[in-house]
Design a protein around this ligand. Structure first.
Ligand SMILES: [Zn+2]
Length: 389
């Protein structure tokens, strides 16, 4: 299919697109002790804040600060870390609140707990990067700890220098010290597209495009299935080695999913750039309702993976100057992409779409992707309206 782009005008900047750069720290023994003490104290403090929040039934950042700030100062936290601890707790409750329908205290039964090595955010006042020297200095409970070495590739260093903004998370995982830096994607001028590639997300096919390209989820689903079974078997044992094995498998699964998401997003963005089209992606805020699975942890797993794929596509599209719109996914699986007729019976099973009104037949995921593509055109026109006026 050829898409002519007669006069491709250049449009404004893309909206907020974020990505992360993860680097490994190589602390000396003394520095490592400072990092460990800091993480431990911050998480003890988080647990204090969480318990107070629970007792007074107050979960908002600003309100919590009033009730907990002085306690944290007494524990030895300085102003910035104390505020980050409070915000971390408030954010954790907000996340839970978004996931449950019931009242927080009924849904949770007890305050949210933080592991002693849970990630802690640091802002620029507590953490400074010396990228050419590959060192960082940060606030710790042992004072300002300077010259902690980190390792990263030249490409990562370039991204950090150019796009790092705001906070970084200090993480201790599997004996490794990591810093996960949040970056704002570069402002790229976006080409005005006159057509869109629609992307439908699912379980059997992770992503299906309106061109009919299916990115099968078979391999990933097989890995997930195997790990679930293993988990069931080993959870009964509760031995240390069983826990270690499970942890390793979980990491490997996440890496595998990440690789797949990188591959899929690259393929979709490359195709959009090549054909001068934009990308229409379903708005993922409703993904939990759309992916109807009985086991809640599976929903979490898949929605986490979908969000990652969405953010990879957003980042790569921003870099390539490809327009991206999020569309309302309601009824995309029941609507006929040929005549617009909406009917539950249009989709007799998982794979099949046959329109009750006009007889149009297509793979169900491809039909949904075509609907998303069409909504993309409308959505883009709406986005551009203010500029045109
Ligand atoms: Zn039809």
């Amino acid at each position: 299919m050829a898409f002519g782009l007669p006069a491709c005008s250049i449009l404004g900047k893309l909206h907020d697109v974020k990505f992360v750069v993860q680097v490994r720290l190589f602390p000396t023994p003394a520095q490592e002790a400072a990092l460990a003490d800091t993480l431990r104290l911050c998480n003890e403090a988080a647990n204090v804040v969480s318990r107070i929040a629970w007792e007074i039934n107050t979960f908002r950042n600003y309100d919590l600060r009033r009730h907990t700030y002085s306690a944290l100062k007494e524990m030895g936290l300085s102003a910035q870390p104390a505020q980050h601890v409070i915000k971390k707790v408030a954010d954790a409750y907000t996340t839970v609140r978004a996931q449950v329908k019931a009242k927080l205290r009924e849904a949770l039964m007890r305050p949210i707990g933080f592991r002693c090595d849970a990630a802690q955010p640091f802002d620029d006042r507590c953490l400074s990067w010396q990228i050419p020297a590959r060192t960082v200095s940060l606030w710790t409970t042992h004072g300002r700890t300077k010259g902690i070495r980190f390792g990263c590739s030249d490409e990562q260093a370039r991204l950090l220098a150019a796009y790092r903004r705001g906070e970084s998370d200090l993480v201790h995982r599997d004996g490794l010290w990591l810093l996960i830096a949040t970056c704002d994607a570069p402002d790229t001028d976006v080409t005005d597209p006159d057509a869109f590639i629609g992307v439908d997300l699912g379980i059997a096919n992770i992503a299906t495009t309106s061109d009919g390209v299916k990115h099968a989820g078979k391999a990933l689903n097989a890995v997930r299935h195997r790990n679930r079974q293993l988990r069931r078997k080993l959870q009964a044992k509760r031995t240390k080695s069983a826990k270690r094995l499970l942890k390793r498998r979980r990491r490997a699964e996440a890496r595998f999913a990440r690789d797949i998401n990188h591959r899929i997003s690259k393929s979709i963005v490359t195709e959009a750039a090549r054909t001068g089209r934009g990308i229409a992606l379903e708005d993922l805020s409703g993904i939990r309702e759309r992916v109807r699975l009985r086991k809640p942890q599976r929903v979490t797993l898949h929605s986490w993976s979908f969000h990652q794929l969405g953010s990879f596509i957003a980042y790569k599209a921003a870099r390539a100057g490809v327009a991206l719109v999020r569309v309302d996914p309601a009824y995309t699986s029941q609507e006929c992409s040929a005549c617009g007729h909406v009917d539950k019976r249009n989709r007799p099973d998982q794979e099949t779409f046959v329109c009750m009104s006009c007889g149009f037949a297509e793979h169900a995921d491809v039909n949904a992707a075509r609907n998303i593509a069409m909504r993309g055109v409308a959505g883009w026109a709406a986005v551009m309206q203010p500029n045109a006026a």
